[in-house]
Design a protein around this ligand. Structure first.
Ligand code: AP5
Length: 218
């Protein structure tokens, strides 16, 4: 199954895509995680990516499209994938359709996780992430057992560099300006399926599983 998970910053794409990946046995391909990996390096590319991310802007299409299309050609993505955070612009959506079409592949589901702005801002404000393994927590809905320490690897939890309130609001504005046209593109072709992302994490997973039929929640 080839799946795209879309939604505004903080709506729960990363949380749900990791759960679906386990349930479906296919990899999650997260453009945000890939850029966070790149920005840890000490290279001119890392410096460039850091600038865009810290301002809450999208990384340019040419770089983003190449990174994702190369990743989709890796062997583990040949039997299915979950795209988290890509495509986010109309050129990205068109490049994806074209590249998959050339290989006789296609997207089976485009799912929009939807929640009001006050809900996503609250989630973003409460999020912390493991500095080592990247596991995501929330001090309201999913706190670690020991404060500020990752349950899995024992490393320190931190706030993401794009978590400052003004950057969060800017990311939401960028989503409205650049990604809502992508939603309109999928809606117009009858491919957009919408899931309410407001309920607790398990309930959202159950709803997604129902939509993807035959997938049993773990
Ligand atoms: P990216 O990492 O993709 O950021 P984002 O889209 O802004 O999404 P987030 O990771 O902030 O949120 P999420 O929806 O994954 O929510 P999460 O599961 O963490 O991208 C970062 C940057 O990279 C971009 O700004 C851009 O610069 C660049 N980039 C990435 N892709 C790009 C592209 N295609 N083109 C150009 N540039 C690109 O959940 C949030 C919190 O809520 C967590 O604490 C979680 O525990 C909690 N939570 C989740 N679900 C629930 C629930 N149901 N109930 C209660 N709490 C919940």
């Amino acid at each position: 199954m080839n799946l795209i998970l879309m939604g505004s910053p903080g709506v729960g794409k990363g949380t749900q895509s990791k759960r679906l990946s386990t349930m479906l046995g296919i990899p999650t391909i997260s453009s945000g995680d890939m850029f966070r990996e790149i920005r840890r390096q000490d290279t001119p590319l890392a410096h460039k990516v850091r600038g865009y991310m810290d301002r809450g802007e999208y990384v340019p299409d040419d770089l983003t499209i190449k990174m994702i299309l190369d990743r989709l050609d890796e062997p583990d993505a040949c039997d299915g994938f979950i795209l988290d955070g890509f495509p986010r612009t109309v050129p990205q959506a068109k490049a994806l359709d074209e590249a998959l079409g050339k290989e006789g592949r296609h997207i089976d589901h485009v799912v929009l996780l939807q929640a009001p702005q006050d809900v996503v801002l609250k989630r973003l404000a409460g999020r912390s992430t493991c500095s080592k393994c990247g596991r995501v927590y929330n001090h309201d809905s999913n706190p670690p057992v020991e404060p500020e320490i990752c349950d899995v690897c024992g490393s320190k939890l931190e706030q993401r560099s794009d978590e400052a309130p003004d950057v969060q609001r800017h990311r939401l504005a960028v989503f409205a300006r650049q990604t809502e046209p992508v939603l309109a593109h999928y809606k117009a072709s009858g491919r957009l399926e919408i899931v309410d992302a407001c309920p607790p994490v398990d309930d959202v997973t159950e709803e997604l599983a129902k939509m993807l039929k035959g997938v049993a929640p773990a």
